[in-house]
Design a protein around this ligand. Structure first.
Ligand code: ADP
Ligand code: GLC
Length: 460
């Protein structure tokens, strides 16, 4: 089976958030199952691809001259990098201030037109599109190959001006959304199957209050809309081989983690014996409940705990974090930015991991934390509901601590319960062991995608 897999991110080369990780993890796992995956992404100029050829692509004139560089990439097999004049930018989505490029509509509709053009030469058995960046592809294909559309983040839909509708060559009415064009809802309407990245998020998005305005469009797809929980790449995320960790360990040598915790506290300038260290690695956005975490963090001294936040994004949240760091220098550390190495050291050195999301399609960092033996404290939403079992509610199966709703009081309460649980060596050992030994890999999810591909192909 030959699959053309279209994505705007591919970890570790182009990664803003979990989309890059999910694309890489799924592609590798599918290849392991014998699926012939050709990956297509915008040519950001940063991929160490072994080039084998270059061609022009037949796209509409408004997109400008489009080209594709073909080649192979270690661990990924065949890759096609497409470029249109609007695509060439240093960051996939944002300028240096963190604001979206003003022409992101042109950039990603032209990327989608290029993906559509590529299906002529690649002739896939199945086309797998990911997020709104690729959603317009089906609007350029009168006779598309069997296809699947995965929604990683419903909060971003790529809505733009209605003028774009006239540039689509196929079923423009499917993309019409409140006088404009919505690449996400167009793909939801036209794809053979629509997937989102956890079963609970799939169910939440069918409800008006948590459906991001598109619950009706999703519900209209009936059983062709489903949730498949993401995995993590357990080769990349393996504390036994992680080059970023000062002290490596696995479930049988977990005492070696302590050295990581000591070094991390020292690196951050936090007192070494001030109680458990709570980690957080995140984009700074409303989605991630960073404001809730900061308010809960005000109680760190009375809680007898310390916390580190590594994050990049919203300026106001970064300012609030800096202020808290000045107020509580012994208890709270903030590192502003994207830092792969520090993120691994936080997973491998923190005792607890906080993720109080307001919504969460899947979430990868809670799984990374559990794999590394840091006990998660999460809200009961989306993929967090599907991955973390509360250790007070289910003592024999608990994997972490769950706040019922994304509100400061509930999050602070869950943190208190977590610190109490952590103080019992026996409980913390049992919770940690369950998290470290559970299968978080892409094995099961990739088998589900593979089966879905087969169903979609045979239904044609
Ligand atoms: P989302 O995709 O919504 O940002 P996920 O939990 O699915 O959230 O994935 C986020 C990915 O990005 C994880 O691999 C996480 O480790 C990484 N990440 C997020 N913020 C940072 C940061 N500031 N520095 C390093 N890695 C980060
Ligand atoms: C999105 C979601 C996150 C998910 C990731 C990968 O960015 O916010 O929950 O894990 O995509 O699918």
């Amino acid at each position: 089976m030959r699959v053309l897999f279209a994505t705007a991110e591919l970890a570790p080369f182009v990664k803003v958030g979990g989309l890059g990780d999910a694309a890489t993890g799924l592609i590798r796992a599918l290849r392991g199952r014998g699926v012939d995956v050709v990956t297509v992404l915008p040519d950001y100029g940063t991929l160490p691809m072994e080039q084998t050829g270059e061609d022009r692509l037949a796209v509409p004139a408004w997109a400008g001259a489009a080209r594709v560089r073909r080649g192979t990439l270690d661990g990924f097999g065949e890759v096609s990098l497409v470029s249109t004049p609007a695509m060439a930018r240093p960051h996939p989505y944002n300028d240096e201030q963190g604001n979206g490029w003003p022409d992101n509509d042109l950039r990603f509709v032209s990327f989608s037109a290029a993906v559509a053009a590529l299906t002529d030469s690649i002739v896939p058995d199945l086309l797998h599109l990911n997020d709104w960046h690729t959603g317009a592809t089906l609007g350029f294909l009168p006779d598309p190959p069997p296809n699947v559309f995965t929604i990683h983040n419903l909060a971003y839909q790529g809505w733009s001006d209605g003028a774009w509708l006239s540039r689509l060559s196929h079923r423009p009415e499917a993309y019409e959304w409140y006088g404009g064009m919505n690449p996400l809802t167009g793909a939801v309407a036209l794809a053979d199957a629509v997937v989102t990245v956890s079963p609970t998020f799939a169910a939440e998005t069918l409800r008006p209050e948590t459906g991001f305005g598109v619950h009706g469009a999703l519900a209209a797809r009936g059983d062709r809309y489903l949730g498949i929980l993401n995995g993590i790449d357990t080769k990349v995320w393996d504390p036994a081989y992680d080059p970023h960790l000062p002290s490596r360990y696995d479930a049988t040598t977990v005492a070696r983690r302590r050295e990581n915790g000591r070094r991390l506290s020292r690196e951050l300038g936090l007192g070494a014996d001030g109680g458990p260290l709570i980690g957080m690695v995140t984009r700074l956005t409303g989605q991630k409940g960073v404001d809730l975490a900061l308010r809960a963090a005000e109680t760190l001294p009375s809680l007898g705990a310390r916390m580190v936040l590594l994050g990049s994004g919203d300026r106001d949240l970064a300012d609030a974090a800096r202020t808290l760091e000045t107020t509580l220098p012994d208890h709270f550390a903030f590192r502003d930015g994207y830092d792969e190495g520090l993120s691994h050291r936080i997973f491998g050195g923190s005792d607890l991991y906080l993720m109080p999301s307001r919504f969460e399609p899947a979430g990868l960092t809670q799984m990374q934390a559990m794999r590394y033996g840091s006990i998660p404290v999460v809200t009961d939403v989306g993929g967090l509901h599907d991955t973390v079992i509360d250790a007070d509610a289910q003592p024999d199966q608990g994997l972490g601590f769950v706040a019922a709703v994304p509100e400061t009081g509930e999050v602070a309460d869950a943190l208190h319960r977590a610190v109490r649980g952590w103080r019992s060596t026996r409980r913390r050992g049992a919770i940690r062991m369950r998290g470290m030994t559970r299968d978080w890999s892409w094995d099961t999810p990739s088998a589900r995608y593979h089966r879905l591909y087969e169903e979609v192909i045979s239904a044609r």
